[in-house]
Each structure stands twice: as C-alpha cells, then as structure tokens.
Design a binder for this molecule. Sequence first.
Ligand SMILES: *Cc1c(COP(=O)(O)O)cnc(C)c1O
Length: 377
Amino acid sequence: MALTSGLGGQLSIDLGALARNWRALDKVSAGALTGAVVKADAYGTGITMASKALHAAGARFFFAATPDEGMAVRAAVPDAHIFVLNGLYPGAANLYIRQNLMPIISSMAMLEEWLAKCVERNEAYPSAFHFDTGMNRLGFRLNEATLVRDRIQALGYAPQMVMSHLACADQPSHEKNRTQLALFGSVMTQFPGIPASLANSAGLMTGRDYHFQMVRPGIALYGGRAVSGRKNPMAPVVTLHVPIVQVKEARTGETVGYGATHALSRDSRLAILSHGYADGFLRSLSASNTRPGGKVVIRGKACPVVGRVSMDQVTVDITELGPDNIPNPGEGAEVLGNLLGVDDLADAGGTIGYEILTSLKGRYSRNYVGDGNLPPG
Ligand SMILES: *Cc1c(COP(=O)(O)O)cnc(C)c1O
C-alpha cells in the first residue's frame, strides 16, 4: 500500500542532480564508457525514474543486481544494455534471453548453463565474466582463467566484457587496490580485445589506471561519499522531510524512550517526529547518556536525537531553538537535506551512506523533481 495523502514524510529525489552527477563522472572517466549501477531500487531512489533520468543524461549501460531489477530497467529503458551483477540464476536463461539481460557469469556452473543455452539455440547470447581478484565474493577464481578461455575458444564464444571488483577502493592508498589492479591485468591477458571493467565510484575517482573500457559508478550518482576522508564532490540527490507530531516539555532527570537509557540533564523541550526505524531512520541513531546519536534539522538548526529510536517515532531535543521559536505539529523536520546529508546521518549511525539510502523505503510520498534533460551543469 502506498500512502500518498502527503501527510507523512516527503522524500524528494532530484533527477536533475542525478543526471548532473552521471555527466560529471562521465567527464572524469573520459575515454571509458560510463555505466550506471541501479541495483537496490537505484540505491533507494526508484529504479524506474532513476534509469530513465540516467538514460536521458546519456547512460546506455546499466547494472542491476537481480533479474527482477534487470526487467525493471528493461521496462523503463527499452534500448538499455543491462548487466545482471548476481549472474545467471539457475533455470532462468530463457528469461534473460527474452528480456535481453546479460548475466555476469561468475562460476563454471553458470558458464556451462549459459553456453548450453547458446548451443541449443545456436546463438551467442551476450554475457560478461567476473573474476575474483581478492574480494572473495562473486567471481571465477583466478586459476580458472585459462579453463574459461579454453572453453569459450572451443565454441567460438566471446563475452561482451570481463570485470572484477575492488574491495578497498574507498581507501585509495590501500595496497590491496594495486594488488587487485595487477591481478586483473594478468587475467585480461587471457582475453585480448575484450572490454574490461574494474572501477566502482571510488575506483573511478582514484585514477585512470582503474578505468579500463567501462566504469561502474553507483553511490556517487546518488550523491553519496565514495572515497573516505575527502570532500564529496557530488550533488545531493535525496532530501527527506518528516512531520513533527507533538511538542512537549520534560523535566530534568526524566528519561526518554524505551529502556530509559537517556535521562535529561536539564528541563527540555522535545519534538516527537513521525518517523522511526521502520522508515529507515536506523535504530543505531539512538542517543543515550553515554553516547550521542543522530541529528535532525528543525527551523534551520541541527537538533539532537534523545533516547532510543522507536519503530514509528523519534524524539529530538529542540530546547536550543528557544521559547519563542517553538515548531508547530505538522511542521516538517529535515532528516536529509543541505545541512545534514546522507553521509552525516551514516556517520552518526555508525554505518555508510549506502545503507542510509537503501533503507529509505518507509512510509513516504516520493516526489521527483527535475529530469535527466537538464543542460550540463
Ligand atoms: C555495487 C557495485 C558497484 C557500484 O559500487 P559503488 O561503490 O556504489 O559505486 C560496482 N560494481 C559492483 C560489482 C557492485 O556490486
């Protein structure tokens, strides 16, 4: 059930900013193709609208995690080239072929199933190959490279792309980046002439050595911080306002919320917001007497969370706004905006911007502003 009365939280997604971010990354990776990773509902922004805006901005290569997501991109952008990061699901080859989805093949079993389908239908359906250069997540083992090469050479099959994925790209000086780059280079010697892809957002920002023929940015498109310890150059895409339900006074020594973990050290004015962990305001943003929590902007000022975040509410200390500046019930509090963004909230909650964005599937009305057709910014 979508709640669209407009009375609840308002999630606003700036498709113009999304498009500008894609173009900015496309400039940085000039010489390589710039794909767009739209997995997990385009990092919470809505896979249909985001894919359309990215396509209007110039993106032609899309990366989904699952075949269902691939189908959503196919419906939104009929002429997209769509890769499925999680590969070929057993028994699903016909669906991939019907939808023109390219599995990113990561094991001999997947490869054999795909090749068997190609042989059966006498057609070299496109795919990509994923080699594991040190992440120990998806991908062929490195010592399978010659086996894979021999197998496809015997059939005269070639993949559209060979890729790998960096484990530590968010820390550009981490030595694992160079190690993976070198191992990937050695894999590619087995696949001469095939386009290669290694970089996520952070890899793209780390340098040209990582670009190869295709880059695969995700988080940076959506305004999140890709590289740690550096100013984030991307435009924010998401803002979130939630209504205040009640304002109340509480006295020194009283406690706030479940577990009574937070006692007030002064007489306080509190605002209770219509928003909780069920809406993606993570419970790790809770505050106690021993640990500060998240902040929410009310009337232009960052106000601290008090006590535990509940399922449907969070309590915020608004004492500092002053007695002549008391917000009214129904008034919006800014959870994500210019003052406090996705990564500020992530830092306060001990997580990453990716998790904040992909948790935004609460009881909001989503509203889209702009589109992919804005002039280059
Ligand atoms: C998620 C993902 C990306 C995008 O990563 P970001 O850090 O969001 O830019 C690229 N490649 C693979 C294999 C991924 O799983």
